[in-house]
Unconditional design. Structure first.
Length: 313
C-alpha cells in the first residue's frame, strides 16, 4: 500500500485528491495549516484508518514519520482574493514550502508532484496556451505574488530533478470548479452563484469579454493521478479547453439557476488575463486524458452543492 502526502489536503482540490487516492488504495497523510483549507472538506475521512491529518504549515518544516512514496504539493492560497489578502504567505508556500516538500521527497526517496498553474502564462500572448510558451507575467503586480511563486516552484522542482535525481511531475492546472469550493473565495463561479442564489446583483468585472475555460474537479483529479503515475517530467496542462467569456458564463449560470438577479459591471482587477484556454494535446498524447464532464453537467452538480451550503436545498 503506497503512502502519499498531500500538502494543502484540506483545500478544494487537495481534499478531492485525498478521496481519490484513498479509493486507489493509498494511505494518505494530509497536511494543511487551514489558512484557506477547511476541516469540513476532510471530516468524512476522519474515521478512515488509512487517512491521517496533520495540522502544520509546510512553509516552516515538514515532519512526517515512516516511509513515503508520493508527495503531492498542493498547499497555497489559490484564488485571486485569497492571494491578494495573503501575499507573503503565498510567496512563502510557493518558495519555502516547495523547498521543504522537495526536501521531504529527497529524504524519503518519494516521487514529487507540483501543483502549478495556468497563471505561469500570465496574461498570455499565445492562445491557446501550450506548455512550451514561457508566459507574460508582471512580476511586480498584485497577481505576481502567486504567478512568480509558482514559476519559482517549477524552477526549483526541475533543479531538484536535475541535481538530486528526484522523480518529479508538474501539473499546470487551469480554472477548476466543483463541490467544496469556498463560497466566499471570490472566484467567478462561487461569487456568481452566491449572488444568484441570494438574489443579489451579479458582479461581472470589466466588460466580461475576457475568457476562461472551466474544468470539473473529477476530470482534473483523474488527470493529475494519470500524470503522477506517468513518466512525464516536464509540465503538462490539465484543464478543459471549452472556452467561454465571463459575461456568457454569468448568463449560463443565470439560466441554470433560474435567477432573476441582474448583471452589473465592476472594474477589471489589475493584470486580469484577457484570455485563457489550455492546449491539452500533450495530456491527450502522454496520459490518454481528456475531460469527460460537460460544463452543464458539472455546473448542475456544483449548483446543488452551493444550494446545500446556503441552506436552500
Ligand atoms: N470575475 C468577475 N466577477 C467576480 C469574480 C471574478 O467578473 O465576481 C472575473 C475575473 O475578473 C476574471 C474571471 O472572472 O476575469 C475569472 O476570475 P477568477 O477569480 O474565477 O479566476 P482567475 O481565472 O482570474 O484566476
Amino acid at each position: 500500500m503506497p503512502t502519499t502526502v498531500v500538502t494543502g489536503g484540506a483545500g478544494f482540490l487537495g481534499s478531492h485528491l485525498c478521496d481519490y487516492l484513498l479509493e486507489k488504495g493509498h494511505k494518505v497523510i494530509c497536511i494543511d495549516n487551514l489558512c484557506t483549507g477547511r476541516m469540513a472538506n476532510v471530516e468524512h475521512l476522519a474515521k478512515n484508518d488509512n487517512f491521517l491529518f496533520l495540522h502544520s504549515d509546510v512553509s516552516g518544516f515538514i515532519q512526517v514519520d515512516g516511509p513515503v512514496d508520493y508527495i503531492l504539493h498542493f498547499a497555497s492560497p489559490a484564488s485571486p482574493i485569497d492571494y491578494l489578502k495573503l501575499p507573503i504567505q503565498t510567496l512563502k508556500v510557493g518558495s519555502l514550502g516547495t523547498h521543504n516538500a522537495l526536501g521531504l521527497a529527497k529524504a524519503k526517496g518519494a516521487r514529487f508532484l507540483l501543483a502549478s498553474t495556468s497563471e505561469v502564462y500570465g496574461d498570455p500572448a499565445v492562445h491557446p496556451q501550450t506548455e512550451d510558451y514561457w508566459g507574460h507575467v508582471n512580476p511586480i503586480g498584485p497577481r505576481g505574488v502567486y504567478d512568480e511563486a509558482k514559476r519559482f516552484a517549477e524552477a526549483i522542482t526541475m533543479a531538484y530533478h536535475r541535481t538530486h535525481g528526484i522523480e518529479t511531475r508538474i501539473v499546470r492546472i487551469f480554472n477548476t470548479y466543483g463541490p467544496r469550493m469556498r463560497i466566499d473565495d471570490g472566484r467567478a463561479l462561487p461569487s456568481f452563484l452566491s449572488q444568484m442564489l441570494k438574489g443579489e446583483d451579479i458582479t461581472v468585472f470589466g466588460d466580461g469579454q475576457q475568457t476562461r475555460s472551466f474544468c470539473f474537479v473529477s476530470d482534473l483529479v483523474n488527470g493529475i493521478y494519470r500524470l503522477l503515475m506517468s513518466d512525464e517530467i516536464e509540465p503538462v496542462n490539465i484543464g478543459n479547453p471549452e472556452e467561454i467569456s465571463i459575461q456568457d458564463f454569468a448568463k449560463e449560470l443565470k439560466e441554470l439557476t433560474g435567477s432573476c438577479s441582474k448583471i452589473v459591471h465592476r472594474p477589471l482587477p489589475v493584470d486580469d488575463p484577457k484570455v485563457r484556454r489550455p492546449d491539452i494535446t500533450k495530456a491527450k498524447a502522454c496520459l490518454g486524458w481528456e475531460p469527460v464532464v460537460s460544463r452543464r453537467e458539472g455546473l448542475t452538480k456544483t449548483i446543488a452543492y452551493f444550494r446545500g451550503e446556503l441552506g436552500l436545498s
